[in-house]
Design a protein around this ligand. Sequence first.
Ligand code: FMN
Length: 326
Amino acid sequence: MNIGNVELRHGLLLAPLAGFTDLAFRTVCAELGAEYAVSEMISAKAVMMNNKKTLGLAKTAALPTAIQLFGAEEDAVAYAAEFFSQGGLPTGEVAAIDLNMGCPMHKIVSNGEGSALLCDLKKAEKVISAAVKASKLPVTVKIRSGWDDTCINAPDAARVAEAAGAAAITVHARTRAQFYTGAADHRITEQVVRAVKIPVIGNGDIKSVGDVQRLRDMGCAAVMIGRGAVGDPWIFSRIIAAMEGREYAEPTVRERVELALRQLRMSVEDKGEHVAVPEARKHLAAYVSGFPGAAAARAGINSLTRVEDIARLLLNAAKEAEQPRI
Ligand SMILES: Cc1cc2nc3c(=O)[nH]c(=O)nc-3n(C[C@H](O)[C@H](O)[C@H](O)COP(=O)(O)O)c2cc1C
C-alpha cells in the first residue's frame, strides 16, 4: 500500500506507544525493517500553545513518520495538522497526520478526546474534516473496535472517517473498556475492511508472520506492531525473513545488549542523560528479559543513572549469560 508518496513494501508499521516510541526506538525499528512509524500522541492544543516538550515528541528521521494528534476541538486539530504538514518543525520530514480516536485513558476521554470520539461520530466527522482541510499531507485515523461490548462501532467510525477524507484507517481490535488487556478480536477488523474502500491497517497482538498473514488474508493492506517490538525490534526482520522464505538467525545475547545500548546512546544524544536514562529503563529491561541473570541486570538498570555504568553492567551480564553452563 501507499500512504501519500510513501510505498510500504512489506506493510509492517511501528505503532505509536506513548513513552516508548521515541526517535531512538523508531530509528532502531527502521534499521530492522519497520517501514513507517507513528509518533507518540501529541496534544493538538499543546501544539497551538507552542509547548516545547510536546513539539519534541514530533522529531522524525530514518523512516517515514506520521505525526499523531489527539484532540476534539476542530480549531486546534486543524492548526496542528497544518503546522506539522507544512514542515512546522525543522526536525525531519513528516509523512502524514494521524488522528487518535483510540486512547482509553481517563484524562483524555473525559475531555471528549481519544476513544471518546467513537461515542460521538458527528463530532469525529467534524474533527477529521477539519484536519483533512487544513493538512497538506494525507490524514489517517486510528480507531478501536468500539467503546465497550455493547457498542462495537468500528465499521461506522471507519465509514465516517472515509467520508470525511481520511486516507487510511488503523483498527486496534480492542474496545476502550479493554484498555490493553484481553485478546484483540480481529473479526471486527474484517468488518471494517468490508465497510470501506480506503486501506485498513490491522493492529493488536501481532507477534508472528502467521498473525500478519491472517490479517492480510482478511484484506488488511498493512499491519501495525506495538508491544511486540519493545525489547524485540527484531520482530520486523524476523517476519520479513519468514515472508520471503529465508532462514533467520536470532540475535545473540551480546547483540541484544549492544543494540539496547546503541538505542540508549541515541536517546541520550536526543534528550540528554538525565531524561533519557530513566525513560530508557523499561526498554532496557525488555531487552534483557529472558536472559540468565536478567533479574539482577534489571535491578542494576533501575539503580544506575549513568550510561557508562549501565553499559558495563549489561556487557558483563551478557558475558555471564553466554558462559557455557555445566
Ligand atoms: C504504553 C502504550 C502507549 C500507547 N500509546 C499510544 C498512542 O500514543 N497513540 C495510539 O494511537 N495508540 C497508543 N497505544 C496503542 C498502540 O498503538 C496499539 O494500538 C496497542 O498497543 C495494540 O497493539 P499491540 O498489541 O501490537 O501492542 C499505546 C499502547 C501502549 C501499551
